[in-house]
Design a protein around this ligand. Structure first.
Ligand code: ADP
Ligand code: MG
Length: 253
């Protein structure tokens, strides 16, 4: 199967803090990778490098074989122009912990914004797309509502519809249910399961072990800026190689 996301030996510092210490990770088309790890281990930074929201200092990130943020010439890498980086970013959907919806836009406008402005698609075409996406996340009846009138679970489902609007190659989720009241977590996980079933390539940072067990093709455990271990859920969750993985899973279960 095609490799969709490929990180090779990625390093990243924030000042003196070495946050990503040589991360290599490969996710194939249609796979779901769940990333676990303690707070501060570099999970968000890892996702942000895949969207080029953080520049890597060494190593490379490729999406479907295309180098992110740089072009190769001989052995050297040259940084791409902002416009090119923005084009690359449209191939990657991102769902944040805090939804990040545009508060002054309706649900429909939130989802329509990127295809209208970034892709210059026609209003008629985008209208059909938005209707289909809102239907998919179960919010067809909320198209004209403003985000503040929705529950957290509904807002996150809008954010997922918005992330899908550019038909991304891969969707990144950074703790998508962590800000939700417990009774609203399930409806968001259901939408994510549906995406997984229909072949969406997903990288999901979450502490929802049940979701990992049910949906993940691969579970990645990060600790102190490195991938400590990676494998099928049954292996990493039930029979981890490292004591630190075991201790972490024990705490979040
Ligand atoms: P996680 O998502 O696993 O909790 P993060 O990737 O957010 O971890 O952070 C990893 C480390 O990098 C933490 O120590 C955090 O404080 C630090 N960090 C993250 N973003 C920045 C930033 N923009 N500037 C400085 N330090 C940062
Ligand atoms: Mg984080």
């Amino acid at each position: 199967m095609t490799t969709m996301v490929e990180l090779r030996d990625v390093h990243k510092h924030f000042g003196p803090l070495h946050v990503l210490r040589g991360v290599s990770l490969s996710v194939r088309q249609g796979e779901v990778a769940v990333i676990l790890g303690p707070s501060g281990s570099g999970k968000s930074t890892l996702l942000r490098t895949i969207n080029h929201l953080e520049k890597v200092e060494s190593g490379t990130v490729e999406i479907e074989g295309e180098l992110l943020g740089y072009r190769r010439s001989g052995d050297r890498l040259h940084e791409l122009h902002e416009r090119e980086i923005l084009r690359q970013r449209t191939r990657i959907g991102f769902v944040f912990q805090n939804f990040n919806l545009f508060p002054h836009l309706t649900v429909r406008q939130n989802v329509a914004e990127a295809p209208l402005s970034a892709q210059k698609r026609s209003r008629a075409e985008v209208g059909i797309l938005v209707t289909r996406l809102l239907d998919r996340v179960g919010l067809a009846d909320k198209a004209d509502a403003y985000p503040r009138t929705l529950s957290g679970g509904q807002q996150q489902r809008v954010a997922i519809a918005r992330a899908l609007a550019l038909e991304p190659k891969v969707v990144l989720f950074d703790e998508p249910t962590s800000a939700l009241d417990p009774e609203l977590v399930g409806e968001v996980l259901e939408v994510m399961k549906d995406l997984a079933r229909t072949g969406t390539t997903m990288l999901v940072v979450t502490h929802e072990i049940g979701f990992a067990r049910e949906v993940a093709d691969t579970v990645v455990f990060m600790d102190a800026g490195q991938i400590l271990e990676q494998g099928p859920p049954s292996q990493v969750l039930d029979d981890p190689l490292h004591e630190r993985t075991r201790a972490f899973i024990g705490k979040v279960l």
